[in-house]
Design a protein around this ligand. Structure first.
Ligand SMILES: [Zn+2]
Length: 458
């Protein structure tokens, strides 16, 4: 650590309490977890849970494996504090998306260290976080310091299944009391790694809701030699195109306004100009300004609107037969405060064809942004100031969806704070040759350790 004494004093416990084995042990856990194939489907997270349990048992941290299917299990460990403050919950998931070994340069379930990076499925999503949390928890147990709150570690399975059937909800239904906490930390944020250091810490305080919309078109069908107007495939294609090309009215929430204002200072010239146009737009100018932003930065534009995009389409079974039915799935992401029911009726209207049915399993609205005037947010911001001097820390809303909403709906203040990833490495998440920079990983382990100590130890 290059931390100087005045900074140490300013940051209280940061750095000073960091044991030498913290990062090396975390790396060891990361490698061990990557070596366990927890591809979902089918999951097989029980092996990862068993690894975590063995490590925690050895340190005397009470941990329980919660089975939820053949070869599948999650783990809950609790390190007790005095109970003066309510618990802190650390959440990670142990399952990974499948990997096509033939497309990888290294075997995906073999941790391979090369040029300062660790390669392997899950290194970034989300085994790095599990490994960091495990090492932090173990070192907290070993430390003589008094903990004023319980620290709960949840390493759960079945996060990558997608959709709205969430294993975390299943766990909360059965083990909600044990998992109840004031604060939670999990994935879903965005920590930017650039030129070998942390450039920005985006703390996720809100996210969009996930909604799958099914379009079903019907027609009379028949012989392909006679084209008919009521062709189900053509009707479906038209409806999908209309919906995809439609743009929902933009909403600039205070959270997104603050985030984009701060991004304006960091962006390249083109993006800065597009952001400025959005931020200064009057009601009439907002829609075209967001369209223009979408052309230069679709990530930022997605924070300003409900979106919907086609992902699956099927219809027909033979090239000379017109089918009577064709179906498409479009995946929608809705802003906090957007009503899924209202969005669906809007989509039906845009489809503009009564022979195309629009349906969905309606999900609850995404919870509004988490408060940032909390002890945990202050700890994140101040410890990031020490660990990554000069790197801005800011709350943000993710256009993607995590399990955070399940915890937030229980009244917990949950932030998404991720392992630092470069743009290049971020692009490999769920793709081939997934990897993390080991320097970035160590940074995260230290940062998490200082934040957890700061909020849990007195
Ligand atoms: Zn993940």
């Amino acid at each position: 650590m290059k931390t100087t004494l005045p900074l140490l004093l300013a940051a209280g416990l940061a750095g000073a309490a960091e044991p030498a084995s913290l990062c090396p042990e975390a790396r060891e856990h990361l490698k061990a977890l990557v070596a366990v194939d927890t591809s979902n489907p089918p999951g097989r997270e029980a092996k990862a849970a068993a690894y975590l349990k063995a490590r925690l048992d050895r340190e005397g941290v009470p941990a329980e494996v919660v089975a939820f299917g053949e070869g599948r299990a999650s783990l809950i460990a609790t390190l007790r504090g005095t109970g003066k403050a309510k618990p802190l919950l650390l959440v990670c998931h142990t399952d990974v998306v499948p990997a096509e070994a033939s497309e990888w340069a290294t075997p995906p379930f073999e941790p391979v260290e090369k040029d300062g990076r660790l390669y392997g499925r899950g290194a970034a999503d989300n085994k790095g976080m599990c490994a960091a949390m495990l090492s932090v928890l173990i070192h907290l147990k070993r430390a003589p310091a008094r903990r004023e709150r319980d620290v709960i570690f949840l390493a759960h399975g079945d996060e990558e299944s997608g959709g709205n059937q969430r294993h975390l909800d299943w766990l909360l239904e059965r083990r909600g009391e044990e998992l109840a906490a004031e604060f939670g930390l999990m994935e879903g944020g965005n920590t930017v790694w650039k030129d070998g250091k942390v450039a920005e810490v985006r703390v996720q305080v809100a996210e969009k809701a996930y909604l799958d919309v099914t379009l079903t078109a019907r027609g009379s069908g028949g012989h392909a030699s006679i084209p008919r107007e009521d062709n189900a495939v053509a009707r479906l294609a038209r409806a999908v195109t209309r919906i995809f090309e439609h743009r929902s009215p933009p909403v600039v929430s205070p959270l997104v306004r603050e985030f984009l204002t701060r991004q304006e200072a960091l962006a390249d010239d083109e993006t800065r100009a597009a952001l400025r146009a959005v931020l200064q737009a009057g009601p009439e100018e907002l829609d075209p300004a967001v369209d223009a932003l979408e052309a230069v930065n679709s990530d930022f534009a997605a924070m300003l609107r409900d979106t919907i995009t086609p992902t699956m389409i099927q219809g027909g079974y033979k090239s000379n037969v017109v089918p009577t039915r064709a179906e498409a799935v479009m995946n929608a992401r809705l802003l906090p405060g957007s009503s899924p029911t209202r969005f669906l009726s809007l989509i039906s209207a845009v489809a503009g064809d009564p022979s195309v049915a629009v349906s969905a399993t309606v999900v609850p609205e995404s919870p509004g942004p988490m408060p940032v005037d909390t002890g945990l947010y202050r700890a994140l911001a101040e410890e990031a100031g020490v660990a990554a001097p000069g790197a801005p820390v800011m709350p943000f809303m993710a256009a993607w969806t995590t399990d955070a909403a399940s915890l937030r709906r229980k009244g917990m203040v949950v932030y998404g704070v991720d392992l630092p990833l470069s743009d290049e490495d971020g692009g490999r998440v769920h793709g081939k040759n997934e990897r993390v920079s080991l320097a970035a990983f160590d940074w995260y382990v230290r940062f998490l350790n200082s934040v957890v100590r700061r909020v849990a130890v007195r």
